[in-house]
Design a protein around this ligand. Structure first.
Ligand SMILES: [Fe+2]
Ligand SMILES: [Fe+2]
Length: 265
């Protein structure tokens, strides 16, 4: 990102935060408000390839000028290669994906294993590319055929574990959740039940380690690049020969949906 756009980003974040900052706030609270605003500005840089992005308003396409529906070509998004890899999805559908890249970089800095670094790298990709609701479950399912089951487990259960502190390993209830969900928020029963299940599982710490590295560090100058994780991906993410979306796996349709999020049918 050139420095002028970094300056613009910070300027827009400052403008966004100004409306929320009051004299009564502590310095920490003001810093939090600015960080939230930076996060929102960073997110706004991403191309939104959501499956829910206006499918009812298709654009006309060149190869069928008479047609009124959009199929297999989305002029608002970069074209994907015929045999897309995980890295293609990072670059062409999920970019900038700052949060997961920064979480994976933190996990690596903290000395965690390849599997945990990969789990951190993938833990929220459903939010970047497909759907927000129950994002841990969706993200785990998307990658399950290609990773060690422990990686899918860690991704699936990080969603529930985020709501439950584990002070023994330094994981506290996220301050942001107090703001987003309110002070009295009680997670639904299925989240509580899945937390209890995960807590008794031999891979509990893998999911917990994802939550321990699940941090926002919004420094637009220090954005890790997906290339930095090529080695981990090569070791821990099985690459289907036909490309993601075309390998006839039980989740291939999820990857195709991210390639063509707005197909009429
Ligand atoms: Fe998450
Ligand atoms: Fe996250």
């Amino acid at each position: 990102m050139p420095s002028s756009s970094q300056d613009d980003l910070v300027r827009r974040a400052m403008a966004r935060a100004t409306g929320e900052i009051t004299d009564a706030m502590t310095v920490d609270q003001k810093a939090d408000a600015l960080e939230d605003a930076l996060s929102e500005e960073l997110d706004s840089l991403a191309v939104p390839p959501s499956a829910l992005a206006n499918p009812q308003f298709p654009v006309q396409v060149d190869d069928n000028p008479e047609g009124t529906v959009l199929m297999h070509r989305e002029p608002r998004l970069p074209e994907m290669p015929q045999k897309p890899t995980l890295i293609d999805f990072f670059k062409l559908r999920w970019a900038p994906a700052s949060h997961v890249l920064q979480s994976a970089a933190l996990a690596r800095r903290n000395g965690f294993s390849d599997r945990i670094v990969l789990a951190c790298l993938l833990h929220d990709v459903s939010v970047h590319g497909l759907i927000r609701t129950d994002h841990g479950y969706w993200a785990a399912q998307m990658v399950e055929p290609y990773v060690h089951p422990q990686v899918a487990f860690a991704i699936r259960y990080h969603q529930a574990l985020r709501f439950f502190p584990n002070p023994d390993v330094g994981y506290e209830y996220p301050e942001k959740y107090l703001k987003w969900f309110g002070e009295d928020y009680v997670p639904p029963a299925y989240i509580k039940a899945d937390y209890e299940y995960a807590k008794g599982h031999e891979w509990y710490m893998a999911a917990r380690q994802v939550t321990m590295n699940d941090l926002y560090a919004f420094d637009p100058n220090a954005n890790p690049k997906i290339e930095e994780f090529e080695d981990v991906i090569a070791r821990e993410f099985r690459r289907p020969e036909e490309g993601l979306g075309f390998d006839r796996s039980p989740v291939a349709h999820m990857w195709r949906t991210m390639i063509w999020p707005n197909n009429f049918l």
